[in-house]
Design a protein around this ligand. Structure first.
Ligand code: ZN
Length: 246
């Protein structure tokens, strides 16, 4: 069974009544419940847990890690980021959610600033499925509509995604690449935009469906383990002109 670790900064929910009303047990609890209902084995981890809840043991037992952070990206310790990064390159899936665009792990994996435009005005967002045959779009309609969303607008300073699954339109006029797939090393990375802390976005069934589909997609595959370094030839080759300095 695919094992998912749902990571959350878990500060807004404890600092703000408005946020606690929407996510009384934290954003991570709602996401973990939704993924458990979808048939995944889930656990949660938060910033203030020892080692941010991301010990070697936890990560060794994690097929897909989901990441929600916003106000405390800088408090994530670099050695934990190194650890997560290494696991992604080894094949662990990573779902980066909403304001996780500025997390240390995402900016490192992307190699760009990941900056964007934003506005908090409870406006409508329509996420268009622009790659309907992609597994992350399974079971969805042509678009998902969110009544109250924070706006994220282009330009979003990311490398061009390997596959773009969603493009958002906002009531105020902006557009945004909302569902971006990448491969990094052996790992699959999906950035998914919706999820501002003061709006009940993660309670939405269609959003939960995307998260479940994305976990399925990002889970490690069964491909061969690549071998790197100096390699003996598989076929007989004429080495008489070899000029290697030994
Ligand atoms: Zn937000």
């Amino acid at each position: 069974m695919t094992q998912v670790t749902v990571w959350n900064e878990f500060r807004h929910e404890r600092d703000s009544e408005v946020v606690a009303d929407v996510y009384p047990d934290g954003i991570h609890a709602v996401i973990a419940d939704a993924l458990a209902d979808a048939g995944f084995e889930t656990r949660t981890a938060t910033l203030d847990d020892p080692e941010h809840g991301l010990t070697e043991e936890v990560l060794d037992d994690t097929d897909v890690l989901t990441w929600w952070g916003h106000a405390a990206h800088d408090e994530v310790r670099d050695e934990i980021v190194d650890r997560v990064h290494e696991r992604v390159l080894d094949g662990m899936g990573l779902l980066v959610l909403h304001s996780g665009h500025y997390s240390k792990i995402f900016t490192r994996l992307m190699g760009t600033s990941c900056s964007l435009k934003w506005r908090e005005a409870a406006e409508t967002e329509r996420l268009w499925v622009v790659e309907p045959s992609h597994p992350i779009a399974d079971g969805l309609g042509e678009y998902i509509e969110i009544d109250d969303a924070e706006m994220y607008g282009e330009r979003f300073d990311i490398p061009a995604p390997d596959t773009l699954v969603f493009t958002s339109w906002f009531e105020g006029g902006e557009v945004f690449r909302s569902g971006c797939c990448y491969r990094r090393g052996n790992g699959r990375v999906f950035y998914f935009r919706p999820g501002h802390e003061t709006y009940p976005v993660y309670h939405d069934e269609a959003i939960q469906q995307v998260l479940a589909n994305a976990v399925e997609w990002a889970a490690p595959g069964d491909g061969p383990t690549p071998e790197f370094g100096n390699a003996d030839p598989i076929e007989d080759i004429d080495e008489s002109d070899d000029r290697t300095v030994h």
